[in-house]
Design a protein around this ligand. Sequence first.
Ligand code: SF4
Length: 158
Amino acid sequence: MPSDTITMKGKKATVTGTESLNCGHCAAVCPAAAVQVAGLNPALSTFKTFQARDAWLPHGQGNIQDLVQIMQSRRSCRNFHTEKPVPKDILEDLVKIGVSAPSGSNCQQWTFTLLPHRNAVLELAKLVGGFFEKLNRTAEKTWLRKGLKLVGKPELDI
Ligand code: SF4
């Protein structure tokens, strides 16, 4: 979580630290409207594949019909009808949008793995599957589990 981001300017608490995400949460939750945040971080609101509005949407001013239509039009499926790779610029823009989402304690500690085409997804699935198979084989060996426990690695000895 960013720290040392708020200083007093005159009688107003102002977000000045270079570590600030410019997310505006501090201003949004302050009951006395005592915090000023300059605005969206331009680096986080400039996209390669489309242009975004460079401003927060004030509370209560969103278009409810549009929001409901977007939410009701969402589909979640794993059966994609195309093998066409997703362009890198689109993937990077999507990640940029995602990282501005609220997170637990506003830590924003995201990690993303971009897999631009089907083969990359399958390859990763194979590697992950192989890792767990190997781990299971290791965990089946009692002598190995006990040995690892003796050298301070008790994780497999359940
Ligand atoms: S809540 Fe967001 S805008 Fe406010 S100081 Fe923290 S990171 Fe910066």
